[in-house]
Design a protein around this ligand. Structure first.
Ligand code: GTP
Ligand code: IMP
Ligand code: MG
Length: 340
């Protein structure tokens, strides 16, 4: 039995989608559970030559043997939920996706309040998905819950009970957290953050699993950093510098151009400390070091790349077990057997 939690190391978009797809496989885990804020997230999943952009359904959907669950802490927008059930129909998600009845609901009114608030949309640079206003209503205890929405009736379950029973039976559970450490309402760059904590302990609470049940916390870092929206960004570089390095990016949910910066070791250390990280997954190594593209063997990495990885390991004190060298699942160096 292993309960793993995956977290974003910085401001989101670290490539969690690919890591989740890689780390889960058809035999296990039994449950892939979504934690985090809600449909403000945008995950990219590339599988069998096709690319999917998702906001709510767990990124592990390609693994058809797993049940997909949305934990009570996550905000559910029924429009996004039903759209994704159709969009991912090919993977039979309808038959195996379940939502905790205690999830709070995002209504069209929340999206309007988000988009039309100058403070949220212009100053903070929110995604406009309604998450901030819906979490605010939840704190005021006036939000609707999923169990009270008739269209969701067939999908409602007690996610916490299902997860704890699955663990008690000796099976594996994988919890995918969205966003990233620096967007945490508590530990991020307040007020330029999202509407909830985005660290491992909150992800455990989101799906109703106690801290004593968690075995692994895998934190995903990209080899450089990106940020969408406003706020401090100590290692930021100019768009021209980012273009010259070929690391410019655009957001999945908003299409906005992402701000780009260099890897930030101080941030990585704090992120690992507060998340209680047991393993690091490092993505887009090939974007920073093109000579490493598609490398599948650690010994084939250049000396410069090895030093970069070694420095991260030494400074954070956490093993870098997964090194991603391209978007394809094959483009992965997996050191778990050697390092754990
Ligand atoms: P999260 O928000 O953390 O889930 O990230 P994401 O999956 O949404 O990342 P994003 O939307 O920024 O998309 C990342 C893109 O990079 C996707 O198309 C991935 O397939 C791709 N990708 C992931 N890992 C790597 C990598 O190691 N190298 C390269 N070149 N591309 C990658
Ligand atoms: P909100 O979560 O929509 O209120 O947005 C607040 C801030 O968090 C903005 O800067 C958003 O760009 C950022 N944000 C929220 N979710 C994500 C995500 O999944 N990836 C990257 N940035 C995000
Ligand atoms: Mg993303």
């Amino acid at each position: 039995m292993t309960c793993s939690i995956l977290t974003g190391g910085a401001w989101g978009d670290e490539g969690k989608g690919k890591c989740i797809t890689y780390l889960c496989n058809n035999d296990k885990p039994d449950i892939i559970a979504r934690a985090g804020v809600g449909p403000n997230a945008g995950h990219s999943v590339e599988f069998n030559g096709e690319k999917y952009g998702l906001r709510l359904i767990p990124s592990g959907f390609v693994h058809t043997g797993a049940k997909l669950m949305i934990g009570a802490g996550v905000l559910v927008d029924p429009e996004v939920f039903f759209h994704e059930l159709e969009y991912l129909n090919k993977y039979d998600v309808k038959g195996r996706t379940l939502v905790d009845g205690r999830c709070a609901i995002i209504k069209p009114e929340h999206r309007e309040r988000d988009k039309h608030s100058d403070y949220l949309s212009k100053k903070i640079g929110s995604t406009g998905s309604g998450c901030g206003p819906a979490n605010s209503d939840r704190v005021l205890r006036i939000a609707d819950l999923a169990k009270d929405v008739p269209e969701l009736e067939d999908y409602i379950t007690d996610v916490s009970l299902a997860i704890n029973e699955t663990l008690d039976e000796g099976n594996d559970v994988f919890v995918e957290g969205s966003q990233g450490f620096s967007l945490s309402l508590y530990y991020g760059t307040y007020p330029y953050v999202t509407s909830k904590d985005t660290c491992a302990s909150t992800f455990a609470a989101d799906v109703g699993v106690g801290p004593t049940k968690v075995d692994e916390v895998i934190t995903v870092f990209k080899s450089y950093i990106t940020r969408v929206g406003a706020g401090p960004f100590p290692t930021e570089i100019t768009q021209e510098e980012a273009e010259a390095k070929n690391i410019e990016e655009y957001g999945v949910v908003t299409g906005r151009r992402r701000r780009v910066g260099l890897f930030d070791m101080d941030l990585a250390k704090e992120s690992c400390r507060i998340n209680g990280t047991t393993q690091i997954a490092l993505t887009c190594v090939d974007k920073l070091y093109p000579d490493c593209a598609k490398t599948q063997d650690f010994s084939d990495l250049s000396g410069e790349t090895k030093k970069f990885i070694d420095d991260i390991q030494t400074e954070t004190g956490v093993p870098v077990t997964i090194i991603s060298t391209g978007p394809d699942l094959k483009d992965t160096i997996d050191l778990r057997d050697e390092l754990l």
